[in-house]
Design a protein around this ligand. Structure first.
Ligand code: FES
Length: 113
């Protein structure tokens, strides 16, 4: 079994090697945005892995859809990338909407003082 940790929620789950990161996130009840049913079309499921060797190599879809810079930064498509090694650490980028809500929340609270 492989151990996958999703950040920033710091949620860890064990899955069989070969499981996609998107399926793993569903089992861990961690949300990764996905609109295309895992068909490498929406590109909303981008995540960052600490070590790309903990996943199986890039799929053809990832090679086509991700830029060289993204690949160098260990960005992967969660619906395509499959778990390979024992410990996988995945960071899910914060959604722009969540960021905006947090910024507004902090601004509102600051105004109270
Ligand atoms: S779920 Fe749409 S590209 Fe991965």
């Amino acid at each position: 079994m492989a151990e996958v940790t999703f950040l920033p929620r710091n949620k860890t789950i064990k899955v069989k090697p070969g499981t996609s990161l998107l399926d793993t996130s569903k089992r861990a009840r961690v949300v990764i945005p996905a609109r295309c049913g895992g068909n490498a079309a929406c590109l909303m499921c981008k995540v960052k892995v600490d070590d790309s060797t903990t996943l199986l190599p890039l799929t053809q879809s990832e090679k086509t859809k991700l830029s060289q810079e993204q690949v160098s930064d260990n960005i992967r498509l969660a619906c395509q990338a499959k778990v390979f090694n024992k410990k996988v650490i995945v960071t899910i980028p914060e959604s722009p909407l969540n960021k905006a809500i947090q910024a507004q929340f902090h601004k509102d609270n600051k105004d109270d003082f």
